[in-house]
Design a protein around this ligand. Structure first.
Ligand code: ARG
Ligand code: ZN
Length: 892
């Protein structure tokens, strides 16, 4: 069944209070829910009450304390209907039984590593009890949790703890009360043997908050960084948005089996342990950065998501896009703003652009879905965050902040919509944001084509802009495509595109030209075509456009190599300096890939020009900002090159093109890169710090290692093996292993075997080891993966293992996933089908690796299509996988 935004109706009944009594048992957990209901004045009077369920067994039910009469209710595992509810407030008491140990979907109540935990977003609460499981039904919850003291010494719920006590000799209970009304998707409980680290935070309102992070006993030493990140997040949200925490406790629990990254349940955030646990020996710098970002993300949801929640799931971007924007800003403030911005844009281009260009494209606010869990996408999250960022760019930081304040003030305690959000900013700015709202409605990445003309006589410089949306979105917009997510109610509308820009002199330095249409460095493109004229320009300048990546668009701007070199050397905007290097590299990669990347490519003159520019750059400032330098040295990923080529893509040619340029840069820059490695070496005994500066030095050392190894595999492998032995951080050890893994031979196999042995009891480290092997761009990789699937540490039941070993292959190993013989597609499909019966959400996510299938050349394309058809036609598919398969195959 398809759910449509246009069909939204308020619930016929509301639930004001929920009293839950949960008696934990590994296979027979009993849940009694006492619901205080009333007819919704905005609903249909006299309508039946239909509660949602999913795989539930009803044990008992009472209406206002009395058994319901014969025929009064209809019950299935998926729903409970009360045919004639009282048309006044009433109480329904429902007892259900669930089996947490058999819950391999990891939705609802399940056991992970012996710990009881829950995941209710989007629709998991209905797997715990019958309920109005929709985000616009907000209730106050009191939860009593009971369990064996030995198995579940720790019992956690939402809100504040209010009571606990013993029951007989072996059992005990805890009662939690959450005073803030919330939708069911924010419900959570945890019961288990857990270690705890804690601290306190005093809010700006003077509230004393107990913060705690719970982890597997024995891993407390790895929880300190996450704990500190909670306190830093709380302080930042007060400083930056004036948002204070609103309960007496804030708990974070790490579990080892989790479908996503983490979940913002009120006062009780539950995390994938990968995003909590960190020690220098087990976590890389990017793990530390991710932990900090995700801790912040879930904490920030307390306001953007929980205090103000979503009316329906079409509004998912209302909380997710906004909260990603907030966590990006937090990381930028805590670390380096330009470096963080570049990292975010790389993610957007690597994940969201392909999604928006493929068969799974959808607007940031979709209009229809079959399975909502398939819409927790890069588009909703990352493009959603870009929309909020554009809003700030358009309105300026002060008006933006006032708009945020107004949004929180007017929508607090409600289930809101994108319209409510925009109304707050329209009110504060006095602007009409109707045209801007199109960003939420239209799928596809816009392209902005720009050309500059200098008129020496008039001393003017004109920039002509033209915006367009790609055909895939255009067709869908016209309703020509039978894909519900893409059918658009109106033809393509021009988007409101903020273009942050400046002019750079050819010899360096900014050009102070005037245009009354540029305010605070931003020009707003609002029509399909427009021309911006700068007056009084003495000489032809080089335009620096979309500074800081001011809009999520593709830019077509035919700059010469020299112009790009000028920007790399002289632009005042760090993002665009990096972008200039990327564009130079992209031009080389695209040229070589189109030529089939012949052997002699390694000496091509365009590559040599890039080497020369990078040499100057490195000599000048590599040591001043190593993190930035590491990004400048990193070539665009193969997937990004594929996106640029768009059609009839040959992944092997792209790989050879990229390899040839790595070899060329490694040769040309070799002595410099070795000298940099030496200059950046940490003196023995330097204590570990995960801070951005230390991480930046490691990043540059390892980027240098990568290029050195490409140019001289023997010498590079020797360096890498030495680093592998001597490393004191997981960052350096893993970078060394990755370098070694690209050079076939005994040294590699030995190093891999030693690493696997050393960390055999560390699942999160073995995940990195699985991923390194899954990404080896060689014919033997599918067999290697099949072998590793039999490794004692691998399990299809654990989402992290599946993502490490299988998704790393399908998403990050393009030559092998898209093998001409179809073996990469076969492996992926085999795992999707094996997994679907256990965990449909993770299976469906894995299948999205096919979203680029239409771009690849004919032979591969036919094999990919056949593989997708095998999935689509398999018997007994979950709605999750069937939805992805169906949309992936729908006619373009
Ligand atoms: N709200 C969570 C977050 O982004 C993600 C939950 C995803 N759950 C799901 N079933 N898809 O912080
Ligand atoms: Zn989120």
């Amino acid at each position: 069944t398809i759910v449509r935004l246009a069909d939204y109706r308020p619930s016929d009944y509301l639930i004001d209070r929920v009293d839950l009594d949960v008696r934990l048992h590994p296979t027979e957990t009993r849940v009694t829910a006492t619901l205080a209901l009333r007819p919704n004045p905005d609903g249909e009077p006299g309508a039946p009450l239909v509660l949602d369920g999913d795989e539930l067994t009803l044990l008992a039910i009472a209406l206002d304390g009395q058994p319901t009469g014969p025929g009064a209710i209809a019950v299935t595992p998926r729903s409970l209907t009360l045919h004639q509810p009282p048309q006044r407030p009433f109480v329904l008491a429902i007892e259900t039984q669930v089996n947490p140990s058999a819950n391999t979907k990891l939705m609802g109540l399940y056991r992970s590593n012996g710990v009881y935990c829950t995941q209710c977003e989007a629709d998991g609460f209905r797997r715990i009890t019958y309920f109005l499981d929709r985000p616009d039904v907000l209730a106050v919850y009191t939860t009593r949790i009971e369990g064996e003291r030995a198995d579940t010494p720790v019992l956690l719920g939402n809100g504040n703890p209010v009571a606990q006590g013993e029951i007989g000799l072996t059992r005990h209970y805890a009662i939690w009360h959450d005073p803030h009304p919330k939708p069911a998707y924010l419900f959570a409980l945890v019961g288990g043997r857990l270690g705890r680290v804690g601290s306190r935070f005093t809010t700006m309102e003077g509230r004393e908050v107990e913060i705690a992070v719970y982890v597997e006993p024995g891993k407390e030493g790895r929880a300190g960084f996450a704990l500190d990140a909670v306190a830093r997040s709380m302080a930042w949200d007060e400083r930056t948005f004036g948002r204070a925490y609103d309960l007496d406790v804030f708990n974070v629990v790490a579990v080892s089996d989790f479908n996503m990254g983490a979940m913002e349940n009120k006062g009780l955030n539950i995390f994938n342990d990968k995003y909590v646990l960190a020690s220098p020996d087990t976590a890389t710098d990017s793990d530390y950065a991710n932990i900090e970002a995700i801790i912040a993300h879930e904490y920030f949801h307390n306001w953007s998501g929980n205090r103000v929640t979503c009316r329906d799931w079409f509004q998912l971007c209302l909380k997710e896009g906004l909260t990603v924007f907030r966590d990006q800003e937090f990381s930028s403030d805590e670390r380096s703003r330009p470096v963080h911005r570049i990292a975010d844009v790389r993610t957007l281009r690597a994940r969201q652009f392909p999604e928006d260009a493929g068969p799974l494209a959808h607007p940031v606010r979709p209009r229809a879905y079959r399975e909502i869990n398939n819409f927790y996408t890069a588009t909703v999250y990352e493009k959603g965050a870009e929309i909020v960022r554009m809003l700030r760019t358009l309105l300026g930081p002060d008006t933006f902040r006032r708009g945020m304040d107004r949004y929180f003030a007017t929508c607090d305690g409600t289930a809101a919509t994108v319209e409510d959000f925009l109304a707050a900013f329209a009110h504060e700015s006095g602007r009409d944001l109707t045209a801007f709202a199109q960003w939420y409605e239209q799928a596809g990445t816009p392209t902005v084509a720009v050309s500059g003309t200098y008129d020496p006589a008039a001393r003017t410089y004109a920039l002509a802009f033209r915006q367009s949306l790609p055909v895939v979105a255009t067709e869908a917009a016209a309703g020509a495509v039978d894909r519900p997510q893409l059918i658009q109610p109106q033809l393509i509308q021009p988007l409101v595109i903020p273009v942050a820009l400046g002019l750079v002199a050819r010899e360096g330095g900014p050009v102070e030209a005037v245009s009354e249409r540029v305010h605070d460095g931003v020009f707003v493109l609002e029509t399909a075509e427009d021309t911006l004229v700068f007056e009084d320009v003495a000489a032809p300048p080089v335009p620096s456009l979309f500074r800081g990546f001011s809009a999520p668009v593709k830019v077509e701007h035919a700059l010469t190599r020299d112009e790009r070199l000028t920007l790399l050397a002289h632009d005042g905007d760090a993002f665009n300096r990096w972008q200039a290097a990327q564009s130079l590299a992209m031009d080389v990669l695209v040229g070589r890939a189109k030529a089939g990347a012949p052997r002699d490519a390694e000496a091509g003159p365009e590559g040599a020009a890039l080497s020369a520019a990078l040499a100057t750059f490195l000599d000048g400032e590599a040591l001043a900002d190593p993190a930035f330098a590491a990004l400048v040295l990193t070539l665009p990923e193969e997937q990004e090159v594929a996106q640029t080529l768009q059609a009839e893509v040959d992944p092997d040619a792209i790989w050879r093109a990229r390899q040839s340029l790595r070899v060329q840069l490694g040769r040309d820059l070799g002595p410099r890169l070795r000298a940099l490695r030496a200059a950046l070496a940490e003196p023995a005994g330097t204590p570990f710090s995960p801070d951005a500066a230390s991480a930046g030095r490691r990043a540059l050392r390892n980027a240098a290692l990568d290029l050195v190894t490409a140019a001289d595999p023997d010498a590079g492998t020797a360096l890498a093996l030495a680093q592998l032995d001597a490393a004191t951080t997981m960052t350096d050890r893993l970078a060394a292993l990755a370098s070694v893994s690209l050079v076939p031979g005994e040294a590699r196999e030995g190093a891999l075997a030693r690493f696997g042995e050393t960390y055999r009891h560390e699942p999160l480290v073995l995940d990195k080891w699985f991923a390194v092997q899954a990404m080896i761009p060689e014919d033997g990789t599918p067999d290697r993966i099949r072998g590793l699937m039999r490794h004692p540490a691998f399990s299809l039941g654990n989402p992290n293992r599946v993502r490490s070993l299988i998704a790393s292959f399908s998403l990050n190993n393009p030559t092998q996933f898209h093998r001409p013989d179809g073996a990469g597609y076969d492996l992926t499909v085999e795992v999707v089908l094996a997994l679907d019966g256990k965990n449909p959400q993770v299976a469906a996510r894995l299948l999205t690796s096919f979203n680029t299938w239409r771009m690849v050349e004919g032979g591969r394309r036919r094999r990919a299509e056949a593989a997708l058809r095998r999935v689509a036609e398999a018997p007994g598919l979950s709605p999750d996988v069937s939805d992805i398969a169906g949309r992936s195959l729908a006619a373009a």
